[in-house]
Design a protein around this ligand. Structure first.
Ligand SMILES: Cc1cc2nc3c(=O)[nH]c(=O)nc-3n(C[C@H](O)[C@H](O)[C@H](O)COP(=O)(O)O)c2cc1C
Length: 185
């Protein structure tokens, strides 16, 4: 049997009815056989503070362990004020410490931004990529994934629209190949 890679999925929105969370779940359903997607919760992480990290809170340690034990990372995020939502940036910062022991380093990654707006969270997507360059996350370049008009992607029953399904399928299939190609030795 071929290897199954565990993917830590970080969702940039904390709200219950988040479209991004629904997209993350749809991607988990569509994922190819070599990927197993698990959403890692970030809402309870205390704001990053080096002082409290002298004796790390349990939430920091658990989160770091979750990322460190995953084979790859997938970010599904809205755009807040043309950038990365604060909870997601906080999670990235928590995972990057202690210095020299970043949980992110070398893990293949991908970003999909999702917005009801027309430009699909392009600003958030690329601000996030800027951090991922520094964090040594080889981030899938193509296909780019800016899912605009996302208010119409799920119907009232939560069903994914048939028009969007092939786009998400193509994205997650490409990520399966990306992880295989860039897995950490
Ligand atoms: C503080 C805040 C800032 C936002 N800024 C943007 C923005 O810059 N670009 C954009 O497309 N949408 C923006 N939005 C709208 C979000 O895209 C929208 O609320 C979206 O549904 C959030 O994703 P979610 O459904 O996963 O929670 C903003 C929303 C909030 C709450």
């Amino acid at each position: 049997m071929s290897t199954v890679y565990t993917i830590a999925v970080l969702v940039g929105s904390l709200r219950k009815e988040s479209i991004n969370r629904k997209v993350a779940k749809a991607l988990a359903d569509l994922a190819p056989a070599n990927l197993k997607l698990n959403i890692v919760e970030i809402g309870d992480l205390p704001l990053y503070n080096e002082d409290i990290d002298v004796t790390p809170p349990a939430a920091y340690s658990t989160f770091r362990q979750c990322v460190a034990s995953s084979d790859a990372v997938l970010f599904v995020t809205p755009e807040y004020n043309r950038s990365v939502p604060a909870p997601l940036k906080n999670a990235i910062d928590v995972g990057s410490r202690p210095y020299g022991k970043s949980a992110w380093s070398g893990k293949p990654g991908a970003v999909i931004s999702v917005s009801p707006g027309a430009i699909g969270g392009f600003g958030a997507n690329h601000h996030l990529r800027q951090s991922l360059v520094f964090l040594n996350v080889p981030c899938m370049q193509q296909p780019e994934a800016y899912l605009g008009g996302a208010g119409a992607v799920f119907d009232d029953a939560g069903k994914l629209s048939e028009a969007t399904q092939p786009f998400l399928q193509g994205f997650i299939n490409a990520f399966g190949a990306w992880v295989e190609q860039h897995k950490k030795a």
